[in-house]
Write a protein that binds this ligand. Sequence first.
Ligand SMILES: Nc1ncnc2c1ncn2[C@@H]1O[C@H](COP(=O)(O)OP(=O)(O)OP(=O)(O)O)[C@@H](O)[C@H]1O
Ligand SMILES: [Mg+2]
Length: 340
Amino acid sequence: MKVETILWLLGAGITGVLGLLVWLLLRWRVTASAQRAAPVRLGAQREIPPVLMPVALTRLGPYQIERELGRGSMGVVYQGYELDGGRAVALKTMALVNEFDEEALADARSRFFREAETAIRLQHVGIVKAYASGEDQDLAWIAMEYLSGQPLTQWTLPEQLLPLPDALMVVRLAALALDYAHRQHVVHRDIKPANLMYDPDTRKVKLTDFGVARLTDANRTRTGLVLGTPAFMSPEQLAGQHIDARSDLYSLGVTLYQLTTGHLPFMADSLGQLMYAITHESPQDPRIANPRLPAVLAEIILKAVQKDASMRFQNGAQFALALARLEVVLKGRTPHAKPA
Ligand SMILES: Nc1ncnc2c1ncn2[C@@H]1O[C@H](COP(=O)(O)OP(=O)(O)OP(=O)(O)O)[C@@H](O)[C@H]1O
Ligand SMILES: [Mg+2]
């Protein structure tokens, strides 16, 4: 073989190897940059229409939104301020458009505003003041007084209970507020620690969600029926029967049970078992969960949670009176309250 031929073959080989190396290098860089770009998830972003990206709510009706206060089964509760006047408000919102199908929407909307009117009508020191209602940016809202304090759920664990006299006072004030509402022919339907706000500094108690609770009873056609826990519901409410004031007082009895023992009267592993227990089983004596409870208090609680409504307290005033009597007895027992 000629020397020129050998040199040509050598050159071609080196060029080929170099070309291969350049190709591999280029490929590696493209792959690496694609991998670095991966977290951006362009594909995924393109799949979400921009309209569905959450947008921070800054205004709602005549209010400036400040922050989120909490979330319940209906929707988000915000803290806000009146744009003219500056009064602080809590704004309870519900996305009716998301919750109800088109046929049910008109009915849901008129029920929402009717119930808001009910809440606005109630004027009592133990009931959160509702100011106004409206609809804006597909959110139905109810503006109410902004409350200091915490929902009573803060004091429902065995190691975090209120002092007994405070728990009795809180439930007595709630019973009096219910007595007022019932005399206005308004049944709350969702009495539970989450709907009772208590401020230990001012010792004020306020029932919240009057009227609003009834909306959540209605079938929400899009998201399904959101019940929350039925643990506080009376047997007649669970059965879907007509309910009256005594059903609220049953729920207040369950609340008292939980506030003084840190336990619920009925516990079960499933919703079905819980509903069965509420309907058919006797509740455990609260003194088993908390042996320090006075016998009279156990009697009050067990009377409040009787299955037969005619065996319970018949109105809020009766319930409040039974608690007031016990409070007087307990005060007499404390060394400070005795005359020197
Ligand atoms: N008027 C108010 N002032 C201050 N905070 C409030 C007021 N109303 C509600 N909140 C806060 O918003 C939270 C959510 O309230 P929301 O009523 O939506 O839910 P919930 O009572 O916990 O459950 P549910 O929807 O079953 O009633 C409450 O736990 C409370 O912290
Ligand atoms: Mg609530």
